[in-house]
Ligand binder design. Structure first.
Ligand code: LLP
Length: 381
């Protein structure tokens, strides 16, 4: 996708706009397939649950990790069931157990008490929390001692046994230590702790190592460790990438509304926390690209804070970015926005969620139309 394609999309479909590059979606999936060999892939649809992307992955043989009845409804809507669906979550509702049962899905058991809540004869995995330091934002660390996820290493063999005793089909163990993790050593350490359970659990049929691979992480290294760990248990390897499959394919296009110079230099744009909350929520840094060229007359280069239209001071998309003298109407591209961009967007301030468009073979397809205010209040009348 070239710069002129992005300019065209913004003119054609308006901004803010989520743009996805089909070639990069396919490329990311093949990188995962190459690295992980014959591991079974379950896309964590929370990263981006657009039906069109799900269909694309489903057609490529991918299964889905679901954490809500809404996500399960998406899987059901696409006709996916059985071995293609995982039901996960630390606090599953009756509705979610029922949907999982209807689909014949595999449950990821997050606490011992769930053994008695599962539908009869459920295929299941026990999620283990290795309780370590994880090199990511606190909110994204799920394998740390303080997080609410999983059972302890000590509890895991007992929960597996309890599942079997209750007549469930206990397939094996699950571990997902967090998200946006760039240091492969974190995975090595977590998988190492898990391996120590082998003496107590004996061989297992499945080891699910979750997702969490940060962009730019050593995918080959993570894959090698995951495969070696599965081998320790004589198990088939399952993985649940979210971000890795969709982040880089996505760009958030936003237009400059104007500038303001106070103590700081603000470049005000038409997207903000409602379209990309990650900078505000996790201090995430998304690459910012100016899609215009201009001689900057400033004697000293100005560093800009990219600020959105919301009535909150935290509504910033980036800080201290060099830009060539922004003017109203200029276009900015925020990269790595394919994961947890649209999926975490909100209608706060009754802002209509943007359209999503897919670029494929030189053409555009609208895969989600822009909302309008009546879409938002329809369920209130
Ligand atoms: N498997 C499980 C059990 C998970 O909880 C998650 C993500 C994934 C797989 C996929 O993780 P990924 O490969 O995408 O890192 N909203 C945050 C990310 C939260 C991820 C929650 N769980 C963000 O914007 O960074």
């Amino acid at each position: 996708m070239q710069r002129q394609d992005l300019l065209h999309a913004a003119n054609e479909f308006g901004t803010p706009l989520y743009v996805y590059d089909a070639a990069e979606l396919d490329a990311a999936l093949s990188r995962v397939k190459t690295a992980f060999g014959d591991a079974r892939i379950f896309y964590a649809m929370k990263a981006n649950p657009n039906l069109n992307l799900l269909r694309r992955f489903a057609a490529a043989g991918v299964g889905f990790e679901c954490v809500s009845s809404g996500e399960l409804a998406r899987a059901e809507h696409l006709g996916l069931a059985g071995e293609r669906v995982l039901v996960n979550g630390p606090a599953k509702s009756d509705e979610e157990y029922a949907a999982g049962a209807r689909l014949g899905a595999t449950f990821i058991v997050d606490r011992a008490e769930e053994v008695g809540l599962l539908p009869p004869r459920s295929r299941s995995l026990v999620r283990v929390n290795p309780a370590m330091q994880i090199s990511t934002h606190d909110h994204l660390a799920t394998g740390s001692k303080a997080s609410k996820f999983g059972v302890t290493l000590e509890q895991a063999p007992r929960v597996l046994q309890a599942l079997a005793d209750a007549g469930h089909d206990a397939l094996g163990l699950h571990v997902h230590i967090g998200s946006a993790i760039r240091d492969a050593n974190d995975f090595t350490a977590a998988f190492g702790r898990l391996s120590e359970l082998r003496a107590q659990t004996g061989p297992l049929r499945v080891l699910d190592t979750g997702g969490g691979w940060g962009l730019g992480a050593d995918l080959g290294g993570i894959a090698e460790r995951a495969r070696a760990t599965a081998a320790v248990f004589g198990a088939e390897l399952w993985v649940e990438p979210g971000r890795y499959l969709v982040a880089q394919a996505g760009t958030l296009l936003t237009r400059v509304v104007g500038t303001k110079h106070t103590g700081r230099h603000f470049c005000l744009v038409d997207a903000g926390m409602t379209e990309l909350i990650r900078p505000m929520m996790y201090g995430a840094a998304h690459p910012v690209e100016a899609l215009w060229e201009r001689e900057d007359q400033a004697t000293e280069p100005i560093l800009w804070d990219i600020a959105g239209p919301a009535c909150e001071s935290g509504d910033l998309l980036a800080r201290d970015v060099a830009l060539p003298a922004p003017e109203r109407g200029d276009l900015l591209a925020l990269g790595e926005a394919g994961a947890y961009g649209a999926s975490m967007s909100s209608t706060y301030l009754t802002r209509s969620r943007p359209a999503e468009v897919l670029y494929e073979g030189g053409g555009w397809q609208v895969i989600r139309r822009k909302e309008n205010p009546a879409d938002i209040w329809r369920v209130e009348e």
